[in-house]
Design a protein around this ligand. Structure first.
Ligand code: MG
Length: 367
């Protein structure tokens, strides 16, 4: 990038560079015109170390810039327009072009992932508020047939996973730390009062958040939680950690939840492929779990179930061990939820079951 014509510097000062070469410095005003940055922005970038002037006059404090700095100044300005935080800009601007390109791509992938999460929350809030504006729903045209199973597996001494399916509540939780089995049980117990089903006009969001706020677990212990709570003819999904919900609809299996794990964040940033994530040594590292003091809380969304849908909730003792194609096969082949959970746990055991397994299968049927 070079100075365009018509933007000739208004004032210049000759200067000898460190390499002993004579160069012509631009005044801050000329540099501002060349870069289309304001004087205020240039002073700020100087203070932050993003774009220090080539020379500062010791007597007047006047800032002078080298023509070679125009390109960096424009890069800084573009990254600002992208919404990149200043600290991140300082890192990116210091990189060689190839690495800077990768850093910008990773930053943008992260922004898109965050936007997707916010879009989900916005959709939930729109649904939730619209629901509150309507008269209480007594629509119970859909019913759930469900089965739950939890298994210690073949390696672990304790089973810290929990699975629950009854009435209007389906839940799996994967406890960790000393007392993790009590933590996973407590998370499901906290939702149990909602198991009879919430009336459609109830403050669903508040009820679910209240149920999980202040969850008492032993210091150092925690748990993931993925649960579906029936609300009228809909299902509210509560999710935190790396337990998962899947939906088998029209023979196609899709993952409904997004893992709150370190490897998922690398995938979101485009730094790891989903295939690489499957065998990553740190794939069990969680970014969020319960209790979530001061965190953003669990993900909440409303599901619109249809007759014929089959939901699977499971812990990583199933999803990280049994390939997704096999989960889909087992879910398609099973005659009912009991047969499905038995077949899924058998598959995990067949792969050596290195972790505890929790699994819930629920069929949506017309009442
Ligand atoms: Mg586990």
């Amino acid at each position: 990038m070079t100075l365009t014509q018509g933007q000739a510097p208004a004032s210049v000062a000759p200067e000898t560079t460190k390499e002993g070469r004579m160069t012509t410095l631009l005044s801050i005003g000329a540099f501002a015109r060349a870069t289309r940055l304001t004087l205020k922005a240039l002073r700020l970038y100087d203070e932050l170390g993003l774009l220090p002037p080539a020379r500062v006059d010791p007597a007047s404090g006047y800032r002078w810039y080298a023509p070679e700095q125009v390109e960096r100044a424009r890069l800084v300005a573009w990254l600002r327009r992208l919404g990149m935080p200043l600290a991140r800009i300082a890192e990116v601007a210091a990189l060689p072009p190839g690495a800077a390109a990768e850093a910008v791509a990773a930053y943008w992938a992260r922004v898109e992932a965050d936007t997707a999460a916010r879009r989900e929350l916005a959709t939930f809030l729109v649904d939730h508020l619209a629901e509150r504006g309507r008269p209480a729903m007594t629509d119970h045209t859909l019913a759930l047939r469900c089965a739950a199973r939890s298994d210690r597996g073949l390696v672990r001494e304790l089973n810290q996973d929990a699975a629950y399916a009854a009435g209007g509540l389906l839940a799996v939780a994967d406890g960790f730390g000393a007392g993790g089995e009590a933590a996973s049980a407590a998370a499901i117990d906290a939702l149990a009062p909602l198991a009879s089903g919430l009336p459609g006009g109830a403050d669903l969001l508040g009820a679910l958040e209240d149920a999980l706020t202040g969850l008492a677990v032993r210091e150092g212990a925690g748990t993931t939680l993925t649960a579906l709570v029936r609300s009228g003819s809909r299902l509210a999904l509560v999710h935190i950690g790396d337990t998962r919900a899947y939906l088998l609809r029209d023979g196609e299996l899709s993952q409904v939840t997004h893992d709150h794990s370190y490897v998922q964040s690398l995938v979101d940033e485009g730094r790891l492929s989903p295939e690489e994530a499957e065998s990553h040594p740190q794939r069990a590292l969680l970014l969020r779990a319960l209790p979530d003091a001061g965190g953003s809380g669990p993900d909440l969304s409303l599901q619109e179930p249809r007759p014929g849908d089959r939901y699977l909730l499971c812990s990583d003792g199933l999803s990280a061990i049994v390939p997704a194609a096999e989960l889909a096969d087992a879910l398609r082949a099973a005659a009912d939820p009991d047969a499905a959970v038995a077949a899924l746990v058998d598959r995990a055991l067949g792969y050596g079951a290195p972790d505890n397994i929790a699994c819930v299968v629920a069929d949506v049927v017309a009442a």
